[in-house]
Write a protein that binds this ligand. Sequence first.
Ligand code: ASP
Ligand code: MG
Length: 637
Amino acid sequence: MSLVVQKYGGTSVGSVERIHSVAQRVIKTVQTGCSLVVVVSAMGKTTDGLVQLAQAISKNPNRREMDMLLSTGEQVSIALVSMALQELGQPAISLTGAQVGIVTETHHSRARILNIHIERIVRHLNEGKVVVVAGFQGISSLGDLEITTLGRGGSDTSAVALAAALGADRCEIYTDVPGILTTDPRLVPEAQLMEEITSDEMLELASLGAKVLHPRAVEIARNYGVPLVVLSSWTDDPGTKVISPAPQPRSLEGLEIARSVDAVEFDTDQAKVALLRAPDRPGVAARLFGEIAHQDLDVDLIIQSIHEGNTNDIAFTVSQGILKQAEAVADAIAPTLRTHNTAKPEEAEVMVERGIAKVSIAGAGMIGRPGIAAQMFATLASAEVNIQMISTSEVKVSCVIDAASCDKAIAALCQAFQVNCSPVRLPNTQQPGATLNSSSTHNSLRTGLPTSGQESLIFNKPAPTTPNSPPVRGIALDLNQARLAIRHVPDRPGMAAQLFGCLAEHNISVDMIIQSQRCRVINGIPTRDLAFTVSQVDAEAARMALQQEAPVLGCGEILLDPDIAKVSVVGAGMVGQPGVASRMFEALAQHQINIQMITTSEIKISCVVAKEQGVTALQAIHKAFGLAGNQKIHVPA
Ligand code: ASP
Ligand code: MG
């Protein structure tokens, strides 16, 4: 008999009527011969209401008491859903997180799940009952068995964690939208429903999809290979499947991995091409990458940051084998960007570098955790590795370094993040006999894997591609970020570590970090600018913190621009497929939208543009990738 976990969100259980229809759907599933565990959220906006109540009593309510309060919302729904089932003749029993034995850390209001005791649930299932479990809550293991909550939106996480622990055949997340859409339908009415998405893509689209599916739930689904589907509780439509790599044997101990980094990756087969001092106007990146794509050349990292004056440096990496061709393209374009026929010091020019390597840390656990990037930079600094370029995405931080430093960088990172040093090959670059000695291979290798008593696992593969994986699956727009830049950061190991360490100390989560190519010598010291984005609410605090720290470190001014938008395309199918970046840049150029910054990971490209152009940018890119459709998607207000 198959076992299914169904989760119903707040709107799905928002009224007596809706609870009845949930009960009917549950019974329909039981009638197909399944055993069923049902996880529910608090009714409607109950949790928001409770938060408001608390704030009316106290400006800074105690976290323990908050958990005590907020966990009541789900307790109401489980009882009602259970009654509704019993009313229809279906044996059912409701259980709180504590009664199930959903054991969490003690961190109130954001506890991670450590383990789930399944014995009681299994017993009730065997008695023929539907087990209705309160989402979003657990119980601490130590001492007093305190009630904890998992953080807002955490019922998804409860459901997927239960599915993982029970080895369920599938986990269905019922919500008030038909599934996961290609972009925000309030901004782009032509947004379409995705049939499927990989969990890696879903994580990179966190800013688009987090409201529909909690990133921590996606992380668990990926790590345990839980078949997951997001679907509407109003219709019988199939929804969106979230596809994960084949499950690996894995202990349930430390279920929601407490670790922020799952893997250290490196690639020594890289070379860098930089187009220096290109004019800062729409269309330059489109032209460069358009021509590169035209030659069928595949680009890996692309980095463009902000600079003084009105020029940009656009740097990208390619595998060494195609360096010559990529260089030729850049060489042909550079003169056309000059106002004079001969290169003057302040005009466009091409620079190429061979002996470089890319090292990255990857892991979904870094979402919302300040200080992971800083820890990477600090680790590289203490190994005396200088960082030439930095590029980040939601779940990855990549640094370009000198190839000669690659081995010591990997060793230091594996140690710092407790990652096992035995290499695991990326799926598409299998080569027998490769060893950890990075100089002995020109392939991307992945070192992997937790050592804390768990089986070795491969996480965050760039492309657990489904057969017809499109180059771009979805597009996200983030209008809630601000950009900061630190001018003239001395180019030596340890600077990024100290600057981002300072932000982490202030508990500020940094989103995209870009350190680009341009090096400027000031008083005999080579310097680079560092730019990054943070959530708008943190921007002022970040500026103040850096204003204190920067002069001590010999850095220049701090600049803050709150009026930016970040638009990102995500797709596992872009790996090894030339032309995705150029299509994105071309769409922006056609609308005269200037790109201020670019950063990439294997399956994501993000651009920062002016805020007032954000929505136009989103619409243009969505259309350019042929994602628009004419199926009307109903979304609740
Ligand atoms: N009720 C909780 C919230 O509103 C948990 C959830 O719905 O997922 O955040
Ligand atoms: Mg939710």
